[in-house]
Each structure stands twice: as C-alpha cells, then as structure tokens.
Design a protein around this ligand. Structure first.
Ligand code: ARG
Length: 530
C-alpha cells in the first residue's frame, strides 16, 4: 500500500527502488494480470492524454449477462426500488411469439400477376400452399426450439437447466430443481440493520419478516440457509424503517416444520417491528467506541484490522484476504489463478502484523479454493474467490471477522473507507513487512469510468476508491485484501483489492471487487460447502 503522506514523501522524490520488482515475481510464474490491464490501458499514450483501451474481453451480451443479482450497492444512494428487483437465479422468460414468421395468405390474383392462365393458376395455388405449409413447419420448429428450454410465464426455470417449476414451488421448503436452485436463496439480510427478508415468488419481491410469533430457532434456521453452519448471534425485533406495507408472517398453526412453509403474506404486523438477524458477531475492532480515525496511511496496531489475513505461497506473502467466518476467507480470484488454484499451495496467517513474525507452523492450511465462475482474467470482472480453511480460526482480540455487506447499505458517494495490506509501498516496490492501512473515499462509477480515468473499464462488479490526484492507494501485494467502511457502528467488507494501473498515480485510483454484488454467491458457496 502506498501511503506517501506518512511514509515516502512526494512521489517525484522517490529514489529508484533497489529491488525493482515484486517479491512475488521471484516465486510465481503468474504475471499479474491486473498489471496487464494497466499496461494495455496506458500503452501508446502520450503523457497527459486520456487512456485508450481496446477492451476485447468485454462481451456486451453474454448468454447469462453478468448482472449482479441485485443493484451494485456499493453506491446504493438511491432507494432500493430504484433498481430492478433482485430475482434469484432465474429470469422470467416471455414467449417471443412475435418472432414467429407471419404466415401470409396469398394475395388475390389480378391482372399483371403471373397467375392468369388455368394451368398457371393451379401451379400457383399448389406452390402457394406448399410455401405456406413449409413456412408453418419451419415456424413451429423454430418456436419449439426457442421455447424448449424456457418456462411459461408463470413458471420459473431452475438456473439454466431448462427444468421449470411453478412459482408456488419456489421457496416452499421442498427441493424441486435438480440443483436445488428453487430453495437456494429465499432469505437475505437487508440494509445496515440486518433486516431479515424472505423472497416471495408469487409477488417476485422481497419482504421483511414481522416479529410477531418469531423465535430464535427460526433465526438459527435462516442462518443455516445462508451458509452459517452452526453460527447464530442475535435475532431481535426492531422498528421497521423501510416503509414496507407487506410482511411475511409466521403461521404457527401450520403443520409444516419448514420456516418458509410457515410464512404467509400479511399487510398487518401488530408488533410493528421486523426481525433483525445477525448470524455472526462481525465488524468489531479495537477502535470501536474510541472514535479514532486513521489518516493518510500508517502502519496498523494490533487489533485494528482483525479480519485481515496474509495469504502465503511457499512462505512468501502473495495476497491479502478477509475473515468472514472462522473458516472462510474472502480474497480476489486473480490471486488464485492457475497455477495457484490448488488449496495445497496456500497458508493463511491471521492476527500477526509483521511478515517477519509469520512462521510456517502458525499458518492455517487451506482446504478449498473457490473462484467466481464468471471471473474474467482479462477484464477482472467478478474478481472474487473464497478460501475454506482446514481448521477454524480461534477468534480473539486480534482475529475477528468482518461483516459481509447487505444489499441496501446506502453508502455515501464519497463514503470514507479503509484499505489495509502488506502490499508494496511504492510502485514496483517490494512487500511491506508491517501491515499498513489508509483511508480512501469511494469514487462514483460514472466518474471512474470517464475518459480521463478508466474509460468504461469499471463494470458493476467493481468500484473505484482513492484520490484522483494520486498519492494514497493500494498496490501490488494488497490484492484480495479488505476495503472496509464503518456504518451503524459495524465494519463492513465493501470491497476487496483487485487492480489499478500502476499505484497511486493521478487519475488511476485503485479498483476493488464490489463485494455487495457477491454476497449471495458467497452465502451459496458457504452453504454448499459447509
Ligand atoms: N493486482 C494487485 C495485486 O495483485 C493490486 C493492485 C492494486 N493497484 C492499485 N493501484 N490500487 O496485489
């Protein structure tokens, strides 16, 4: 992390770094693809001229567009309803009857048309009939092909499998889809108060759960559904400030044991409170309550960033990561690209500030590495990965999880955020021995995508943070590490370090994976691999 305010002085006075290259490059055959993006971006540019980048990796229309399941809410400064409703894992397909070639009746014969003599007329009629018939056959084949893998208006498709289930079977507690998509994501936490919401397939929208008749055991069940195996922290009723007019309510007399089958729609919630659910105690650090702020960039003190981990390959720090549960760490997909995709290469160190104090035996071995299936190494779209540790981390003052961001966080356009890591303290410099942290404000996507900055390279799965004048930034070796913000007295993992063109340069701020967009993917992986 480059923080010249505290460490290096103005950029122009930097001595050339003796090492010239990253430590990681000595050990790792993988070129840093993020840097390739940066090179492409800058190549052939006269100084001071806006970047030009031919982004061949961009696919404007892929089969499954990389739309986030919900609004990219690192910048949800707009009310939630501003964005298209989040619908889990299916798209409602509408029969495109309009694409059926229209079968036209032959125009009446008239003088001047070829159908004049009797034989000609007969030939004409036969020809027309054959044409019409052939047209009809082609049309029906096309129509059949086209609708074959799609569900009717009322049905919902299981992922892209072509299997349809009715809306009433979605989120009813019974598996209907071959891969369980129908029961996959029926519950979520919304906003900075962790409001529990349940998806209503009939109304195709999310609704808060009324506190009436709620008990902790339901909270535990909902946490399990979000992939928290045995973890549950609190479940309480709070005043509903979302202005919801429709709630999900428990029907205690229902014979089902399944939580979702017990829930029904109701416009009244007599307690006037909704369920706020926390599955893990997360987002607390040493600074809580002390109101202290980190300025510019400085080395961290024990317990400042207790979720930060250092990910080593062959005893060398390669990337950062963030603890979200005792056994799951969030990092960047580009960190675990081939040939480093196998868990055996990786060791995670938690609770230690100095690289020189991390000894092999104290590390945590990795059991699984899961990279986002839509990660694109060229564009860095969906640059997120998960690591499951072989043994759970014991939490203490220096080792604690950060909170995954919920949709509907409503961050400010320039929300102050903190980045931390052992990355280089100058462009092309080497890994830092001490953990550093710096404050960087969010940068609005439109601004970051402008011609003078990243010229449309920022997708909804990314956002920028830092300063357009440069000087404070993350750098090589910080990748995968956290970008957090404090809201409602809780620290949230809003981003993970992904790429940038150089480090701390003017108009080239750091680019971060938009974790809010990945929250449900993360929950699904935790659930499927618990
Ligand atoms: N890709 C880098 C890494 O692997 C992180 C680069 C961040 N760059 C920046 N200018 N913020 O560590």
């Amino acid at each position: 992390m480059w923080c010249p305010l505290s460490q290096l002085g103005p950029r122009t006075q930097l001595p050339p770094h003796p090492n010239g290259h990253l430590e990681r490059s000595k050990y790792l055959p993988v070129p840093d693809a993020a840097d390739k993006v940066g090179m492409a971006l800058n190549s052939g540019l006269p100084p001071g001229v806006g970047p030009y980048y031919e982004n061949h990796g961009y696919q404007p229309e892929s089969l499954y567009p990389p739309q986030p399941a919900r609004a990219p809410s690192a910048f949800s400064v707009y009310p939630a309803h501003y964005y298209p409703p989040a619908v889990p894992h299916y798209t409602v397909r509408v029969l495109t009857n309009a694409s059926t070639p229209a079968v036209r009746t032959q125009p009446k014969s008239s003088s001047g048309t070829p159908c004049t003599s009797k034989t000609k007329k007969a030939l004409c009629i036969t020809f027309s009939l054959v044409t019409v018939l052939a047209g009809a056959v082609v049309a029906s084949v096309l129509l059949w092909k086209f609708t074959e893998s799609k569900c009717t208006v009322s049905g919902m498709e299981c992922g892209s499998s072509g299997t349809c289930v009715s809306a009433f079977q979605w989120c009813d507690g019974i598996l209907h889809c071959p891969s369980g998509e129908d029961e996959n994501q029926c519950v979520r936490l919304y906003g900075p108060n962790f409001i529990l919401q349940v998806y209503s397939p009939q109304r195709k929208s999310w609704h808060p759960v009324c506190r009436d008749d709620w008990s902790e055991s339901y909270g535990k069940a909902a946490c399990q559904d979000m992939g928290y195996r045995n973890s549950f922290y609190s479940s309480q009723g709070i005043a509903d400030d979302s202005g919801a007019t429709s709630f999900m309510k428990l029907n205690l007399s229902a014979s089902h044991s399944d939580l979702y089958q017990k829930l029904y729609h109701s416009d009244v919630c007599s307690s006037k409170t909704v369920v706020s659910l926390r599955c893990i105690e997360c987002g607390v650090n040493r600074k809580m309550g002390r109101q202290s702020r980190i300025v510019g960039g400085a080395s961290a003190a024990p317990g400042d960033w207790p979720w930060q981990v250092s990910l080593h390959v062959q005893n060398v720090h390669v990337c950062g990561g963030s603890i979200i549960t005792p056994e799951w760490v969030v990092t960047a997909a580009h960190c675990v690209e081939e040939p480093l995709s196998h868990p055996r290469y990786w060791t995670a160190f938690a609770g230690t500030l100095r690289q020189s104090s991390m000894f092999y035996g104290d590390g945590y071995r990795v059991e699984k590495v899961i990279s986002h299936p839509d990660y694109d190494s060229k564009t860095k779209n969906n640059d997120v990965a998960l690591m499951k540790l072989q043994t759970p981390l014991p939490f203490n003052d220096r080792v604690k999880p950060v909170c995954l961001p919920n949709p509907g966080m409503m961050l400010e356009p320039k929300q102050p955020c903190w980045i931390s890591g052992w990355g280089a303290t100058s462009e092309k410099g080497k890994t830092s021995d001490l953990l550093n942290a710096a404050m960087v404000p969010l940068i609005e996507p439109v601004l970051c995508n402008s011609r003078y900055v990243y010229n449309s390279l920022i997708t909804p799965s990314m956002f920028c943070a830092g300063y357009l004048q440069g000087n404070v930034d993350s750098c090589q070796g910080d990748s995968g590490g956290p970008l957090v913000t404090l809201k409602n007295s809780v620290w949230w993992l809003i981003g993970e370090t992904s790429w940038g063109s150089g480090c701390a340069k003017a108009n080239r701020p750091g680019v971060y994976g938009n974790v809010t967009v990945f929250t449900d993917w993360i929950h699904r992986q935790m659930r499927a691999n618990s």
